[in-house]
Design a protein around this ligand. Structure first.
Ligand code: FDP
Length: 319
């Protein structure tokens, strides 16, 4: 018998001052994820793959499922009664929900990561970082620009061969699998630690020519040491590396000098999770969680996974 997410969160966070109300936020994410995974799995039959004809704030083509996932999570997080504001990959400005004393949390999310993989039946997922709002803090876009190290929790889901949800709080990373029979998340992967043995590296090798010489050297070293595994959905690559041991890199390239991935709702939540699991995350210049964000949709380079290999890679990149 597995412990359910509901049982886990009430026994771990209920009554704790630090995590007061987090249970409701995570339940809102679980409810949204359950709806999104059902939609993703039925998308082709329901004619819900393809684009909306719009481009988002990043200049990227918006998929029908991106919009569905964003609306679903905004709705379930609004209804949980504990979230003050949401920063969302799909929205230029943040969504302000409320500023009462109960609205204690700020969420930054990529509602559907890896969306170019949707229409080819490859794993996608959602990524969410969770910060605490100071009591009486006014809620504006600027309120959301907090450093990653100030997160109190982070969550990602993977809609793959099964649906998983990984939840991290300080010092704890727990993995839950959705039981489709009763729509309950069950604690199948308790106390996740990234394996010390690094077995693979994940990067877009097609970008090699557009890298600086230090980064090329670092990639060559990884190439000669580990197996390559690249899904092309950050959340799926990160999940495999977290459970099996590995490192993911999306460095600065000639095409994307600031990096391609987004700091607030991709790099920060996954960096928080990696660190709680004994791993590390760097931009190549500094620890991801120490970066002072300047804007909601800021991009960053990202090197994340096994701590020793991240550190070694950053040294080689900078030499
Ligand atoms: P996608 O473009 O499909 O949305 O977040 C962006 C992201 O996917 C990541 O999930 C993925 O790791 C990366 O971009 C893939 O980029 P490349 O196609 O350039 O390798």
């Amino acid at each position: 018998m597995y412990i359910s997410l509901t049982e886990y969160s009430s026994s771990s966070w209920k009554g704790s001052e630090e995590y007061d109300g987090l249970e409701a936020v995570v339940a809102g994410i679980a409810e949204g994820a359950t709806l999104i995974q059902a939609k993703v799995r039925a998308a082709v039959l329901a004619n819900a793959v393809g684009t909306t004809g719009e481009t988002n704030v990043q200049g990227e083509i918006v998929q029908i499922l991106d919009t569905f996932s964003s609306k679903t999570l905004v709705s379930t997080l609004s209804q949980c009664g504990r979230v003050a504001a949401i920063g969302d990959e799909e929205e230029e400005q943040s969504t302000v929900i409320g500023d009462s004393a109960r609205h204690q949390y700020l969420v930054q999310m990529d509602p559907l990561d890896g969306s170019s993989n949707i229409d080819v039946a490859v794993s996608v997922g959602s990524i969410l970082g969770i910060w605490k709002r100071q009591a009486d803090e006014k809620v504006t876009d600027a309120t959301l620009l907090k450093k990653g190290k100030e997160q109190v929790a982070a969550v990602y889901t993977v809609y793959g061969s099964c649906t998983m949800m990984v939840v991290a709080t300080r010092g704890s990373v727990q993995g839950f699998t959705l039981d489709p029979a009763n729509r309950t998340f069950c604690l199948t992967n308790p106390n996740i630690r990234i394996p010390e043995k690094n077995s693979c590296y994940s990067t877009n090798e097609g970008n090699f020519k557009g890298l600086d010489s230090g980064t090329q050297k670092a990639i060559e070293e990884l190439r000669n040491t580990y197996s390559l595994r690249y899904v092309g959905s950050l959340v799926a690559d990160f999940h495999r590396n977290l459970l099996k041991g590995g490192i993911f890199l999306y460095p600065s390239t000639r095409k994307n000098p600031e990096g391609k991935l987004r700091l607030m709702y991709e790099a920060n939540p996954l960096a928080f999770i990696a660190e709680q699991a004994g791993g590390a995350a760097s931009s190549g210049q500094e620890r991801i969680l120490d970066i002072q964000p300047q804007k909601l949709h800021q991009r960053t380079a990202l090197i994340i996974g096994n701590k020793d290999v991240v550190e070694r890679t950053v040294i080689v990149m900078n030499n």
